[in-house]
Structure formats: C-alpha cells, structure tokens
Design a protein around this ligand. Structure first.
Ligand code: MBD
Ligand code: FE
Length: 289
C-alpha cells in the first residue's frame, strides 16, 4: 500500500485544499453565529494557552517565526480542515455525543460529500472494472433504543480505495467511487457490497505533512469506513468502522478509534472476500442518556 501511495504523492496536498474548497462551497464560511461572550472566552483562553506554552518552554524567535511561516502555509495549502479534523475534531465529537444513547460515533473528517447516489438495499457501491482489493459485504439493521425496527433508515457510506485514495479528493477516480446513500428495507435491514479500504496516510507534502516530518511523528490512520446513519425523527450518527489487526488502530493520528467501532471480520462462504455485520441503534430526536 505504501508503494501505490508514493506514486501519487505529488498530488496529495490537493486533497487537503479540495476539502477547503468544499467547505467554502457548502456555505459554512459565513454561516456561524457564536455569541460575543463565547468568542471572548474561547479565543481568550486559546491565546492565553499559547502564551503560557511560550513562557513554559522559553520559545525563541527562531521558533516563533517557524510557527508564523507554518501557520501561513496551512492556509495557502488549504489544509485547515485537514489540520482541525486530524488534531481537534475527536475532542469536539466526544463532548457533543456524550449524552446521545445508542450507536457510538466518531469524527467526520475532511472527505465527506453530501448527496451521494441513492441505492436500495442490497447495494453495490460504484467501482471500476477489475477494482483491486478484498471484497467486503457489510450488512446490519436499525433499531431504536427499545429494540424496535426503524423505518426509512439510511446509511451514507464513503471510504478510500485499496490504494488509500478518496474519490473527489484524488485525481483520476470516478466521481462517486466508494460513495453511496443506501436505503434500508422496511425491516431496517441493509446490505452493502464494497471493497476493503487501505490504511490512509494523510498528505505528506503539505503543511500538515511538514509538521509531522519536523516533529518525527507518523502520518497514518488505520483502514476505516466512514458512515452517517439517519432516519426521520432520529438523531444522526457520524462514525467510522475499523478492522482488527491494523497496526494503526492503536496510534491513529486522528485519535478517532473507539473499541465499539471495531468490526468483527468473517470470511465469506465460497472464498469471496470478507463480511461484517454492524447493527445500529438510533436515539429519538430529544432522547438523551
Ligand atoms: C481521513 O480519511 C480522515 O478520515 C481523517 C479524519 C483525516 C484525514 C483523512
Ligand atoms: Fe477517512
């Protein structure tokens, strides 16, 4: 997997900046209303924390200017979504999901695209002819927190290919490769045919990669499948699912792995790849723990 990635490394930074473009297109750049008191509190404490670190470690002008240059580069490379989703979103997600009963969530990350093609169950995600990788059948069902089946549930799914690339964020991939909106049946059951994704290395040639290199860290996320599950009247869950045995389950650079999100992988009868079952429990709109 590392070899395939290397061939394309020159294009990696593009993925980061595309995430910025998409964030802008979604209208989110001007949309927020945070009360003055909160801005003052949060921005004030963030600035104070930076000053405290400078005092604690006696930051030099060399280091201060390196920071300035690097922050400028995060912007010009378009990597603010990547930076924030890798190093901060996990904490925001934890805080904001702790009162929601049912299936556990985790971060969305920078590569979600809304309105992926609708497909009824059993679904097969878009793939190229002779798509490489291990076929994966992913199935499960939806219930509410009392164990009753849920009507009109859907699974939005997106993941990397077997080389670690996301469609719409890497050149040359079909637009909706490994992206779909799968409608569960009237019993809340769904079935999705896809290919197992590869571990993901965040772009190494942009500002985030430069930081990782300068600090001597690694750039890897374990292989993962992104999911948003929802049904009318229920709270949306954004999550990812992971594969046991991946060496980066223990040291995900984005700190987004939770034990509840680990799949149990079984071989499919007939030797056709693997299958996994994951069942969703959704909380009603006003339901809390
Ligand atoms: C990803 O695929 C991802 O899921 C996150 C969180 C960050 C970078 C790339
Ligand atoms: Fe991802």
């Amino acid at each position: 997997m590392t070899d395939t990635r290397k061939e394309n490394e020159g294009t990696a930074v593009e993925a980061g900046s595309l995430a910025t473009e998409r964030f802008a297109q979604s209208g989110k750049l001007n949309k927020f209303e945070v009360p003055k008191e909160r801005v003052s509190l949060l921005a004030g404490e963030l600035i104070q924390a930076a000053n405290d670190i400078a005092i604690k470690h006696e930051v030099t002008y060399e280091e201060y200017n390196a920071l300035k240059a690097w922050l400028i580069k995060v912007g010009t490379d378009g990597e603010w979504p990547l930076f924030l989703d890798v190093w901060l979103e996990h904490t925001i997600e934890d805080i904001n999901s702790k009162e929601r009963p049912g299936t556990v969530g985790t971060i969305e990350g920078p590569y979600y695209v809304p309105n992926a093609p609708d497909m009824p169950t059993p679904a097969t995600l878009e793939m190229r002819e002779d798509e490489e990788g291990t076929p994966l059948l992913f199935h499960g069902n939806f219930t509410d927190t009392h164990g009753n089946p849920i009507q009109d549930a859907q699974v939005e799914i997106w993941h990397a290919d077997a080389a670690g690339f996301y469609s719409q964020y890497a050149p040359g991939l079909p637009e909706w490769l490994f992206r779909g909106t799968v409608k569960a049946d009237e019993n809340g059951y769904f079935e999705i045919n896809t290919m197992q994704p590869a571990p993901y290395q965040i772009p190494t040639d942009g500002a985030c990669g430069q930081l990782i290199g300068a600090a001597g860290w690694h750039a890897w996320r374990p292989a993962h499948i992104h999911i948003k599950v929802s049904a009318p009247g229920y709270q949306l869950v954004t999550q990812q699912l992971y594969f046991p045995g991946d060496p980066h389950n223990e040291d995900d650079i984005a700190s987004a792995v939770k034990p509840e999100l680990m799949l149990e992988v079984k071989e499919r009868e007939g030797g056709q790849g693997n299958q996994v079952e994951y069942n969703y429990v959704l909380a009603k709109e006003n339901e809390s723990k």
